[in-house]
Ligand binder design. Structure first.
Ligand SMILES: O=C(O)CCC(=O)C(=O)O
Length: 359
């Protein structure tokens, strides 16, 4: 965090203050919901409002009292404007959105994930490949806060052209364990696009780009680096509107060579999110975690709320309801968890493609 950092100002109910013309509240955060500290006041980055501070020192995690007596919590925002991320997502099909998780949230999720894995699978072994750590929403309010980050929600909703979105499975906390047996190998397969662009889900297999039906929202709890298996992807492949060709899954992936000559890795700091069009060809590259450490992430398949989920979400909802997580959230976060994770699937609009249920 530095002089030029941008902050969200969060009111008591969890909504973000916007400063365009007048002060408004919003459930999601666009450019006008970001503020900079200027001469001890808070200046809206994309609007004309400046708020004077009556008491408190402005910094991430602090609650300050504004001149009108209202107390607001400051939370570190993205490094770039939400509109810049949207432009990049539209142009390139992929963007890295920073500070979706707060620095203290990152630490708690990492520790919570390792403890939950130990409870879930004490004998699972500590090397080679990715494992899922179930029911993240029930053991971590920080997981709930991350998936309801207001900037990320604005970005995904605007990209998909609808406020009515949901998750197609419960937030999936995973760890990519350090490679041991896999070191130096080139496993075949793994290239895919994400739900709902899976075989047999949509009634057609050349997906027009007129309406986006899925965004993948993968939150990096650990930094994603070349040496800890940052996800491989083929830049621009979302625009091809089809599955990866068979050759992509043959003979192993050697980045920079043959059909994989343009493959890159999705590099990102801890606490940020990889947000990409779900049609992007990508692959979990277990063999490339040569760091000797776990790499924790939260995977989320996000879609318009009429898209039938990938799996039955009711087990995840039950474990969330039995937990103490909801009691730790603010009203806005709780409402977002309901619509994203717990509400039934909505009726498809007239003319929408028929999604095939797989569970
Ligand atoms: O964990 C990874 O690196 C890959 C994630 C992935 O394949 C996915 O979200 O579909």
């Amino acid at each position: 965090m530095n002089e030029s950092s941008m902050y969200l100002l969060i009111d008591e109910s969890g909504r973000a203050l916007r400063g365009e013309g007048t002060v408004e509240r919003a459930e999601v955060a666009d450019d006008a919901a970001l503020w900079r500290i200027e001469s001890g006041s808070l200046a809206c980055v994309a609007g004309d409002v400046t708020l004077d501070i009556a008491s408190g020192s402005p910094a991430h995690g602090e609650t300050v009292t504004l001149a009108d007596g209202e107390a607001v919590r400051m939370q570190i925002g993205p490094a770039r404007l939400p509109s810049e991320h949207l432009a990049e997502l539209r142009r390139a099909g992929f963007t890295v959105l920073e500070n979706v998780v707060t620095p203290e949230g990152v630490e708690r999720i990492k520790a919570g994930a390792m403890a939950a894995l130990e409870r879930q699978s004490p004998d699972a072994g500590d090397t080679d490949g990715r494992v899922g750590i179930r029911h993240g929403l029930s053991w971590s309010a920080d997981v709930a806060r991350s998936i309801t980050n207001p900037v990320a929600l604005w970005l995904m909703q605007t990209y998909m052209g609808t406020d009515e979105i949901h998750h197609c499975h419960a937030p999936s906390v995973t760890t990519m364990r350090p490679a041991k047996e896999l070191l130096g190998t080139y496993p075949e397969s793994g290239w895919h696009s994400d739900y709902p662009y899976h075989p047999g889900v949509l009634p057609f297999e050349n997906w027009s780009d007129a309406k986006v039906m899925g965004v993948q929202f993968n939150i990096c709890i650990d930094e994603f680096r070349a040496d800890n298996a940052a996800t491989q992807y083929q830049p621009g492949s979302h625009a091809l509107c089809r599955f990866p060709p068979r050759e992509f899954n043959e003979g192993g992936t050697r980045m920079g060579e043959g059909v994989h000559k343009d493959v890159r890795q999705m590099l990102a700091p801890a606490g940020s999110a990889l947000v990409y069009d779900s049609r992007t060809w990508h692959r979990a590259c277990d063999e490339l975690n040569v760091s000797g450490e776990h790499r924790v992430a939260i995977l989320n398949a996000v879609a318009p709320n009429w898209v039938i989920p990938m799996v039955d979400k009711r087990g995840g909802s039950r474990s969330y309801r039995r937990s103490e997580t909801a009691a730790q959230l603010n009203d806005r976060e709780r409402a977002d968890i309901e619509r994203l994770c717990n509400d039934p699937t909505y009726q498809a609009p007239v003319g929408a493609p028929r999604i095939r249920r797989h569970y």
